[in-house]
Write a protein that binds this ligand. Structure first.
Ligand SMILES: Cc1cc2nc3c(=O)[nH]c(=O)nc-3n(C[C@H](O)[C@H](O)[C@H](O)COP(=O)(O)OP(=O)(O)OC[C@H]3O[C@@H](n4cnc5c(N)ncnc54)[C@H](O)[C@@H]3O)c2cc1C
Length: 463
């Protein structure tokens, strides 16, 4: 329980209606989308103006209270679990698009703007904001920057970091720090937007984000290539890129996922297929027609038994709905769904698929795999029940084995879901002792009392 005098200090900043400390309120903010134990904060604070973020941060620092910022809480690595209690700060009410500039192609937004809503506002002005995490209907732009969220369009258009031109954020003392610009180029000092990207609320509290916008592609063509052999599908991914075609989207689904998705929404998918590649090329209409033809040919030459080209907008929407259904459909099967995102150089996708098959057999686990094959970013999804102790021990061993394989192939622990609490213990395995020490010194000097989202990334290793 938070003490009354302390609550009054927060109330003086955001008003009594926006400070919550009842158990029913704090419980609601004790977990996120990661499969980790929940921890309730003492207080939940809901600022309605961005300046209040700085005042709240300063108060937390003054009282030595841990501060965890929360957007939509959809992160998959425990980034918004207030692991040391303290204060959870909600950004949902900080949802204004401050400027949408169609001449200089940028937007300035508050951190709580919902990703899909923003992309729709941008599209209504004839422009394009590509980052599209599967959670975009609810995720926030602040959460996207803090996790460097990717999505289905990463292969051609990049991820959130590629669109962050500038940022203002509050440091732990509540001072407003600004870096980056509205200009295409800016080399004024350290690249603080880069430092803040994927910082998971551990280095500063975002106040405003300046995001790059681009012209939309004039045309797009989607297709679904159906394979009877997983290895053939995996090798086709590299073959498409080797042919110097960069699809906007190049996604993979294995047989287990295909069947589960089809059962979920009766999508009419080929449930006997070993794997599907869902591909979209976009750009100038002439280029799209040429690339679509080439992709179709490459798929056929590499063993696709059929390639269904989307006939119209409806058909195209169905293809992508099937892909977006993958996680909810799998998650529907068992009480616990562990979604991993170890990522490998894409030429290693065939080897990674073999490794996942071996791991699922060795640890006797059900693993459905789908994901951004064009980025080497697969999502092996382990379906389990955390209450089954024996099975959970095998799940933990399987996760270790997935990371071992990915790192041995020159890959990375996380393509887009972040480190949070879930993967901190593996960081040295991918990086080095010196990297951990460097990061530790940086975190200590910027946040000496460990106020900002303690227990995440490097601070998980500080205790
Ligand atoms: C169904 C589903 C599909 C998903 N698909 C994808 C996908 O395709 N690609 C992908 O990359 N991820 C995906 N994710 C993961 C998740 O949605 C992303 O990580 C997203 O960026 C989180 O946004 P959020 O608003 O929910 O942030 P939250 O989960 O609320 O927060 C994430 C982190 O950001 C920090 N943070 C939030 N706001 C601020 C701020 N103002 N200042 C400082 N730090 C802040 C938090 O402290 C936390 O550490 C998916 C998740 C789900 C549940």
């Amino acid at each position: 329980m938070a003490d009354k005098a302390l609550l009054q200090e927060f109330e003086a900043v955001v008003g009594a209606d926006n400070v919550m400390s009842a158990e029913s309120d704090t419980h609601a903010y004790s977990y996120d989308a990661a499969v980790l134990d929940s921890v309730a904060p003492a207080v939940v604070v809901r600022p309605t103006e961005t300046e209040q973020l700085g005042q709240i941060t300063a108060l937390c620092n003054k009282h030595g209270l841990p501060l965890t910022v929360r957007g939509a809480g959809t992160n998959l690595s425990g980034g918004t679990i207030p692991s040391k209690g303290g204060v959870v700060v909600l950004t949902g009410a900080l949802n204004k698009v401050i400027e949408l500039n169609t001449d200089d192609l940028y937007a300035i937004v508050q951190p709580g703007v919902v990703t899909a809503k923003f992309a729709a506002d941008v599209a209504a002005k004839g422009l394009f904001y590509p980052p599209d995490p599967g959670s975009q209907a609810v995720s926030t732009l602040g959460g996207n920057v803090a996790e460097n969220a990717g999505g289905l369009r990463g292969l051609k258009y990049g991820v959130t970091k590629d669109y962050l031109m500038g940022i203002s954020f509050f440091d732990v003392d509540g001072n407003l720090v600004k870096s980056g610009s509205r200009t295409v180029k800016c080399v004024t000092g350290y690249n603080l937007p880069g430092l803040m990207t994927a910082s998971e609320g551990t280095l500063g509290v975002f106040n405003e984000l300046t995001l790059k916008l681009i012209p939309p592609p004039q045309a797009a063509q989607s297709m679904m290539a159906v394979f009877d052999d997983v290895q053939a599908a995996s090798k086709t991914v590299s073959a498409i890129i080797a042919a110097k075609i960069l699809p906007a989207t190049l996604e993979f689904m294995d047989n287990f996922t295909i069947r589960t998705v089809d059962n979920f929404r009766k999508a009419g998918l080929p449930t006997d297929a070993a794997a599907l590649l869902l591909i979209e090329v976009d750009g100038h209409p002439a280029q799209v027609a040429e690339e679509a033809e080439k992709v179709e040919k490459i798929c056929s030459e590499h063993g696709a038994r059929s390639v269904d080209v989307a006939r119209d907008a409806d058909h195209r929407a169905k293809v992508w709905q099937a892909r977006r259904d993958a996680l909810p459909a799998l998650a529907n099967l068992k009480p616990t769904c562990v979604l991993e995102d170890a990522t490998v150089p894409r030429s290693k996708i065939p080897a990674m698929m073999q490794a996942l098959d071996r791991i699922s057999k060795e640890f006797k686990l059900t693993i459905g795999t789908f994901g951004h094959a064009g980025d080497g970013n697969l999502h092996p999804t382990i379906l389990t029940d955390k209450r089954n102790h024996d099975e959970w021990v095998r799940v933990e061993k399987a996760i270790d084995a997935i990371f071992d394989e990915a790192l041995a192939m020159g890959g990375t622990l996380s393509g887009e879901h972040g480190i949070g609490m879930a993967k901190a213990k593996y960081m040295e395995q991918e990086t080095s002792r010196a990297t951990i020490e460097f990061s530790r010194r940086m975190k200590k000097s910027l946040d000496p009392k460990g106020i900002l989202n303690p227990g995440k990334i490097i601070s998980a290793l500080l205790d």
